[in-house]
Structures are given as structure tokens and as C-alpha cells.
Design a protein around this ligand. Sequence first.
Ligand SMILES: Cc1ncc(COP(=O)(O)O)c(C=O)c1O
Length: 393
Amino acid sequence: MTATAGAATEPRLRAMALLTGRGISLVSGHGCTLVDRDGREYVDLVSNYGVNVLGHAHPAVTAAITAQAATLTNAHQSFDSPVRGEFLEALGSLLPAALTQVCFLNSGSESLEVAIKLARVATGRERIVAMHRGYHGRTLGALSLTASAAYRDPFGPLLPGVNHVAYDDLDALDGVLDESVAAVVVEPLQGEAGVRVPSSGYMAGLRQRCTAAGALLVADEVQTGLRTGAILACSHDGVIPDIVCLGKGIANGLPMAVTGCTEAVGARMPTGGHGSTFAGSPLVCAAGSVTLRILADPLLHRRVAELGSEAVNSLGALPAPLVREVRGRGLMIGIDLRVPATPLIAELQRRGILVLRGGRTVIRLLPPLIIDDQVWRESLGTIAEVIGTAGLP
Ligand SMILES: Cc1ncc(COP(=O)(O)O)c(C=O)c1O
């Protein structure tokens, strides 16, 4: 068959245009460095939205994936797998002892889907309370919890019985929480909303109110998990949720997520209550268990906490009139500006530093946790310089 002249240059199949592209094509990565197809190197302070906690091409993770790929990539969960057992052991040693069961999944959104199912089946109730400006994913159940109208409005009707209340506001929760509520779903720090850190005592207040109302507390730790100087961000407040959602970094870049829960909650899930062909495959479990074994080192989390507070203090002290607030915990940091963040993010990219937006005015930093001290400090210096030289409109 002869191709037309146009067909030679235009690919027949394109990825749906769901995002504004960053204009660079990435071909490789090592540590905290990403390399584009022209060989230009970038400092990666994005980690694929918080995924690559151990950076790119980490030797131990690469070795585990390579060995497992040469052994057994896939095995349905109806078959046992020693690699899956190793992952459970590694994760079990990091989670609070009260969380005894996990459901294997492939993405953060799916982990929220399972959290919703668990909450309904364990309580026999339907209503769910989520937070204004919260983000929980874009599958229909998770989207029902996500607050943003831009994400929700084209796709209604969504799940009935979901109320959104103000974040970090226990009085607002009191206005809707009663014995018809199955679960309260919360991010211990809101990520997509621009790294919003609640007041101390907020998470404990949620815990106490959920227990009193017989509602389950669901901690969505898909973004906060592993990167705030602790395995779970809610542990900073001494809070143990009934259900926890984890994803992003747990297999350092391979698609893996889990929903964890207490024995009482897990016991109510019927056989066949959830399932997914790829979930818990030996390949992702091999990557996950090596990642979690490395993350079991408390010194790593201490360093993450120190690097984070140093950054919040140094950027927060900037005289630049552009900065409204710098906030965060560990290596999850938001720089809230008085101007749109996008032009500054583009300028940083031109200078070889990749950062993220979080809300219209926030530059969000989610670097690999293993970032080198010097690279981190130099990057913060460049960020400060770019902010300092940008003018107010
Ligand atoms: C807090 C939170 N929950 C859920 C999700 C959805 O995860 P995924 O994109 O893996 O479906 C995200 C993704 O950014 C998130 O930040």
C-alpha cells in the first residue's frame, strides 16, 4: 500500500492531549538527573510527581527489576509468590501494627477506589466526607472525592453522598459528621492544592471525631507517604488511620499502590470484593521490596526532615516581595507566590531545574529523597535567584 506524503510525517495514532507538554523529551536518568534527547541534563525536583523517591536508575532497584524480569514477571494473585511475600514483610515492618491487611493495586486512584469500597462494606454506610481542594485521583470514585470543579464537572453525575468541607477546620467537619458517615478522607498535607500543611492537632482531631461517630478515617498518603521525614505523614501527629492509601514511590517508579487497613475493616471485604489482573505482580513486588528495605533506614528520614526544614527556612527568609509563604514537611515543599507560578517554572526549566506547579501560584518541590546536599542547595539558590529577579506585575 502506498502511503500519502502527509502520512509519512504525521503519526496515525497520538496520545490524547490531556496535558500541557513541558516541551522536552526525556531519554534517561540517573540519581537526581534527567537527560533529554539532546543530551541536556536537568536536576529533577519533580520525581514524576513524587514517584522516584530513590532517584532514577537506582542500582539496587535496577538489579532487582532485572533479576525478576528474567525470572517471573507476572503471576496472578490466585497463585502465591515468594516475592509478594517479601514485599508484604518489608511493608509490614514499616506500617503501624494496627494495619494488618493490604489490597494490591496499580495506581493511587485505584487505592482510593478500594478505600471507598472498604468504608462502605465495613460500616454499612454510604456518606463520605472529603476536603475542599483535596486531590484523590481521577477515576470516577476517586474523582467524587477530588474537589476541583475543573476535574469533576465534565463527568457527572459522580458518587452520591459525598460532602466536601474546609480543610484544617474541625468545626466544618462537625457540621456534617454524624452516624450516617462511612469515612472521612484526608490528605495529611494537601499536595495538588499547593502543599497545604494543617495545624498541629488537626489530624488527631479528625481521628477522635471519626472514632466517636463510628466513621472510618482514611489517610490518603499517596503523595505524602515516604517523603515527609516518616513513612506515613499522619504518624507525625501520632494518628493511626483505619485505612491508608499508598502509591507513587513505593516501588520507585513501577506502577504499584496498596490500600492498607485494620483487621476489623479488612475482615468485612467479601471474597472477590476487588481484583486487578496486574496488581501485586512479582515484578513490581521485587521493585517494591528493595525500595522499602532501603526506606527502612531511619537516618534517611531524619535527613529528609532536615533538608526540608532547612529549605523552608531559607526560602521563607527570602526578601523577595513575590513570596507569600513557603511551607511543607520533609521533601514536599510549596513556595506560594503572589504571581502565577508557570513563568517561573519555565525559567527554572531553561536553567536546568525541573519543578512542579501546585495550584496557580505555587512552585512545588518533590525531589528524590536521595538528593545530594550540594545539588539541593545549589538548586534552592537558583530558585531563590529566579524568584528574586522576577518582577511583580
Ligand atoms: C493525594 C493523592 N491521591 C491520589 C492520587 C492519584 O494517584 P494516581 O495518579 O497514581 O492515580 C494522587 C496523585 O497525584 C495524589 O496526590
